[in-house]
Design a protein around this ligand. Structure first.
Ligand SMILES: O=C(O)CCC(=O)C(=O)O
Ligand SMILES: [Fe+2]
Length: 381
């Protein structure tokens, strides 16, 4: 016979059940929420006033009103012997001053890019049940669909759903990638390969821009291999239009963990903001370009000369936004450490060794805020 519960106990139990149902609902993602016709942002997504996009540091005139033209790096000029050294100087300046730049004349065919965007959009237009097949809490899964920033840990959720495709080694992971929409695999394979090539070229230029001649000549042709066998994670971000965009964010302030991120921004819908000079500045999209940014691993590798920069995403009430970020680093278990050529008496080593696996463990264990992972790797110099 079951014990009789008091009225208060029944109420408390019902309340708890309702809360659990609510949490399960949020874990289904923002797209699902919107498809069910919400007209207000649920409390779970409402940021404290100080973290809201319109009110950073009490400065109501920041962010959205200030467009930012990031430094532009012309890939074709970087690849041409007669113009390389000038282009390298621009690259150094962009990495030192902004940690971000826009890469134009990158040579990736327009169709490859448009097909990737189209396939991404189609994926998020699939039914919830279809997308849910790829939901997983395992950070190392070859494919992972989810919501918010780190949904297992985030106190306040952010207004983003994502599809993460592990791209390396491709032949091992490909069978796990979504089989619908039908064009997704083909589009993502073509796109990821071409972006990887672009990354390798830019990374080589960055090694040169850091003046790592010894590293480059010692490793010789091995330099390419050093990065070629690295990890590549493609993150397709979907930010549905939001009824109250001032209360929440598509992504909270964060830095990317890898060496470099190559980001395909929506050409028509702004949203990316970077922190520069103590303000949040909106990046104006340049058609047919990539936004490239320094990640934590490059900050470590360059012994702090190039810094990863905080960025976040704001949402809007009119148009949903898609972006595709390709995050590149060394292989999962390779050690990332400051290049010995950048360490001497005047420039002591500023970071301890780390690797991608350590980062994943960190992400699983605490709320990833701002640059706290990188801070945990800093040495007191
Ligand atoms: O959507 C964007 O513009 C930025 C995405 C981003 O920061 C990321 O995926 O790490
Ligand atoms: Fe990012």
């Amino acid at each position: 016979m079951s014990p009789t519960l008091s009225y208060a106990a029944v109420e408390a139990r019902n309340e708890k059940e309702a809360q659990k149902r609510e949490i399960r609902r949020y874990h289904k993602g923002v797209k699902h929420l919107c498809e069910n016709g919400i007209t207000k942002v649920p409390t779970k997504y409402i940021l404290p006033v100080s973290d809201r996009p319109t009110n950073v540091g009490g400065d109501h005139h920041n962010a959205q009103n200030h467009g930012l033209k990031l430094p532009v790096i012309d890939f074709a000029l970087l690849m041409q012997a007669s113009t390389r050294s000038h282009a390298l100087q621009s690259l150094t300046k962009a990495c030192e001053e902004f940690g971000f730049f826009q890469l134009v004349n990158h040579g990736i065919e327009r169709d490859v890019i448009l097909d990737m965007i189209e396939a991404s959009r189609s994926f998020f237009n699939l039914s919830f049940e279809e997308r849910a097949k790829y939901m997983s809490a395992d950070m190392r899964a070859p494919v992972r669909c989810g919501t918010s920033f780190n949904q297992n840990i985030d106190g306040v959720f952010c207004w983003r759903d994502f599809l993460k495709l592990n791209c390396h080694p491709l032949s091992d992971v490909l069978p796990f990638w979504p089989s619908s929409p039908l064009n997704l695999r083909e589009a993502a394979v073509k796109y990821s390969k071409q972006v990887k090539f672009l990354y390798l070229m830019v990374m080589e230029a960055i090694v040169e821009s850091l003046g790592l001649t010894k590293t480059a000549s010692e490793i010789g042709s091995g330099l390419r291999e050093m990065f070629e066998d690295g990890s590549q994670l493609m993150v397709v971000n979907c930010y549905p239009d939001c009824p109250e965009p001032d209360l929440t964010l598509g992504m909270p302030p964060h830095s990317d963990y890898g060496l470099l991120t190559l980001l395909l921004q929506d050409e028509h819908v702004k949203g990316l903001q970077i922190q520069h000079g103590g303000r949040w500045l909106t990046v104006d999209p340049i058609p047919n370009s990539f936004v490239v940014n320094v990640g934590d691993h490059l900050e470590i590798f360059s012994n702090g000369r190039y810094k990863s920069v905080l960025h976040r995403v704001v949402v809007n009430s009119v148009k949903s936004r898609i972006s595709v970020a390709s995050l590149h680093s060394r292989p999962l278990h390779s050690v990332i450490r400051p290049s010995p050529e950048l360490v001497d008496e005047a420039n002591p080593r500023r970071y301890m060794d780390t690797d991608f696996a350590t980062f994943l463990d960190y992400m699983n264990s605490c709320e990833h805020k701002s640059k706290n992972f990188l801070d945990s790797r800093k040495l007191n110099t």
